[in-house]
Ligand binder design. Structure first.
Ligand code: MN
Length: 271
């Protein structure tokens, strides 16, 4: 975070220097800078970019889009009222500023969001893409993965259900500020791919969700392939790969602890 801000302020400083030069006598000595300035349009304000730290380096992973698959574990699909044997995969998105990075070994402060009285956890494996394309074949799909992270798809369940019942988009049930807590990206070169590892979630020390990634209905490779038939994928896209059964509510003060074998734990406290 501080690194990103340092980069921004350095850039701001450069931009300010160019702007000052263009306005006064100093402009004459800075002809090349003036040319450079004319090649890029000015912006009335800055929009922050979203990044996730990459473990073991000082680099960060730039986030382009956040995709999430719905009902990707059979038992979770049943608890949500669906028939997992008949349903094709479906996807939704969260905005990039849903990302709340939580460093391993720390407990993220996660504010209880507005508008809900039934705030749910969903622990998920997240795949982060380094390359994109359309109609990616399943057999090649894992070659597009840069790395993996442990994430939470936090959900205003009451709003999601209400809006779905009313046949309205359930956007604000899923897509809101800080609704995507996540740990650092672990490059495939370091950890390989994930297929049948244990995935679990505890609230206040009590296990709530426990399954293996082998219980996914659609594998990460299948998700990438399916998604790329709907949208062209690009480097920086990340995919929340679905949650196992036994989702449930949290209240202020609760401590959530998420685990996937071979990744560091992810923990947040609801405030
Ligand atoms: Mn989910």
């Amino acid at each position: 975070m501080t690194r990103t801000m340092a980069r921004l302020s350095r850039r701001d400083g450069l931009k300010l220097g160019v702007a000052m030069a263009a306005t006064g006598a100093a402009a004459a000595t800075l002809g090349t800078d003036a040319n450079a300035q004319s090649q890029s349009p000015g912006m009335p304000f800055r929009v922050a970019s979203t990044t996730i730290p990459i473990v073991g380096t000082t680099d960060v992973f730039p986030v382009r889009r956040i995709y999430c698959i719905g009902r990707n574990y059979a038992a979770h699909s049943r608890e949500m009222g669906s028939d997992p044997t008949r349903e094709p995969p479906f996807f939704f998105q969260k905005p990039t500023d849903a990302i709340q990075f939580v460093a391993p070994g720390t407990v993220g402060d996660h504010p209880y969001p507005s508008l809900t009285k039934n705030y749910h956890y969903e622990v998920e494996l997240v795949a982060a893409l380094k390359a994109g394309g359309k109609d990616i074949p399943i057999e090649r799909a894992l070659d597009f993965v840069y790395g993996y992270a442990l994430g939470l798809d936090m959900t205003r369940r009451d709003l999601q259900r209400l809006l779905a019942d009313e046949k309205k988009p359930w956007e604000i049930g899923k897509s809101f500020d800080r609704s995507a807590p996540i740990g650092p990206i672990h490059p495939v070169a370091m950890v390989g791919h994930f297929r049948s590892e244990n995935i679990s979630l505890q609230v206040n020390g009590v296990t709530k969700q426990s399954a293996t990634l082998a219980h996914m209905i659609w594998s990460v490779a299948e998700q990438i392939s399916k998604l790329s038939s709907a949208n062209e994928l690009f480097p920086g896209d990340i995919i929340y790969s679905g949650t196992p059964e036994n989702v449930g509510p949290v209240v202020r003060g609760d401590l959530i602890l998420c685990k996937i074998e071979r990744l560091p734990d992810l923990s947040i406290r609801i405030s």
